[in-house]
Design a protein around this ligand. Structure first.
Ligand code: OAD
Length: 235
């Protein structure tokens, strides 16, 4: 195995599936049960904030009951032991990477455990139910807090930093994502264009599997610790 100095890892819902959180596009996934246009767009929130709050309140409650799995822990261990740089970019809004110990982490689609004020734009930690009755802890305005989630039609967070990381990495690993949502789905092409080796770890080949030079397929709790152990051995 080659030694890689600068590793960038992108994760999606598949890494949290075995912790008990539903993915989005698998059979019985979240977008099979719910209409995303009614729940995950700024227009939906403007139309029916109570419905949108109810959906995210249930998901916020759901993440209280789950724990990181062996795949989350393997990535945290890599970050701790790797002599070079490891950057973790997650599309997931659950807190399982940080609970496993990952530190150099960017939540590009936001976080369930945060709320944002539409008036002052302040972001605050929010662990419990959110409603129109809540008051922003930063500016005191009532009724202006929204889930700190990137909805369809909105720009993901940290894009400038992510682009810099992708251009500098020599290994890009994509884990548990269907590769159907941009810009994340295009990260593999950016990393490849700048000379990185590209690896996909997923239950099955994703929509963009041909863009990766290497693929390992199976459950995340098996294939991620195995692949990461190989990288750590090389260090
Ligand atoms: P998807 O539901 O689209 O894809 C999940 C991927 O994980 C699929 O390719 C599955 O094959 C794979 N998978 C399922 N179980 C697995 C397991 N145990 N081990 C390994 N892989 C497994 O989820 P994402 O790609 O994360 O955005 O979706 C991207 C974005 O679309 C999400 O961040 C979300 C959603 O709409 C927002 O909410 C803004």
């Amino acid at each position: 195995m080659t030694y890689y100095e600068n590793i960038v890892i992108l994760t999606g819902a598949g890494i949290s599936a075995e912790s008990g959180l539903d993915t989005f596009r698998d059979k019985g996934g979240i977008w099979a049960k719910y209409d995303l246009m009614e729940l995950a767009t700024p227009e939906a929130f403007a139309r029916n904030p109570d419905l949108v709050h109810e959906f995210y309140n249930a998901r916020r409650e759901g993440v209280k009951k789950v724990s990181p799995n062996a795949a989350h822990f393997a990535l945290a261990q890599l970050e701790q032991s790797h002599p070079g740089k490891v950057t973790l970019i997650t599309q997931n809004v659950d807190p399982l990477h940080e609970k496993a110990g990952s530190k150099n982490l960017m939540h590009m689609h936001g976080e369930l455990n945060k709320a944002r004020c539409l008036t002052c734009h302040g972001v605050c930690t929010w662990q419990d139910d959110l409603s129109r009755a809540n008051i922003c802890p930063s500016c005191g305005q009532a009724g202006a807090l929204r889930p700190h989630i990137v909805w369809f039609g909105e720009m993901p967070f940290h894009m400038d930093d992510i682009t810099i990381c992708l251009e500098a990495c020599d290994l890009f690993i994509s884990i548990g994502t269907s590769g159907s949502v941009y810009p994340a789905a295009g990260f593999v092409q950016t990393a490849h264009g700048y000379g990185a080796e590209t690896v996909e770890l997923n239950l099955e080949p994703s929509d963009g599997d041909r863009l990766f030079s290497v693929g390992h397929y199976g459950k995340a709790t098996k294939i991620v610790p195995e692949y990461i152990a190989g990288l750590i051995k090389q260090d």
